[in-house]
Design a protein around this ligand. Structure first.
Ligand code: FES
Length: 146
């Protein structure tokens, strides 16, 4: 492959990737929870928020978003599947844009940074991981320490 072919293929790959991003974004349904309570230092989220009925069949959500008046940006809570949860602050660590949550990642609409569901940077330009809040749970609730 010569230089010209390499540049052409690279550009085509980039364009293909950019054209898929809106498609990926449009496929994700974001569930904003209203079924939570909060006290001085924590948010208490019902585990039942991760269970929905879709097309008359029970289904499980991978994440739930909480907009709390205690925080400037929303929180996303990911269910790890082993009764553990990760609560992440949805503010990009690059320049502070609000992130878009998806089943397997959070994507920044401003400059394209990506984070995994544990808040680890997977794609720059962000250099720092997301703020994660400690969580505990019992049979009914998830407790997010602010
Ligand atoms: S603000 Fe998120 S990548 Fe720049």
């Amino acid at each position: 492959m010569n230089r010209r072919e390499f540049i052409e293929r690279s550009c085509m790959s980039c364009l293909a990737g950019l054209s898929l991003l809106p498609l990926i974004n449009s496929c994700t349904t974001i569930h904003y929870s209203s079924n939570y309570t909060s006290d001085k230092n924590r948010i208490i989220l019902k585990k039942s928020e991760f269970s929905i009925v879709k097309h008359n069949k029970p289904s499980s959500l991978k994440f739930v978003v909480i907009k709390s008046d205690k925080l400037e940006f929303p929180l996303v809570v990911y269910a790890a599947g082993d009764n553990s949860y990760t609560a992440l602050y949805m503010q990009c660590t690059h320049q502070g844009c609000e992130l878009s949550p998806h089943d397997t990642a959070l994507v920044c609409p401003c400059h394209g940074a990506e984070f995994d569901t544990k808040g680890i940077v997977t794609t720059g330009p962000a250099e720092h991981h997301l703020k994660a809040f400690p969580t505990t749970s019992d049979h009914e609730n998830i407790y997010i320490q602010l």
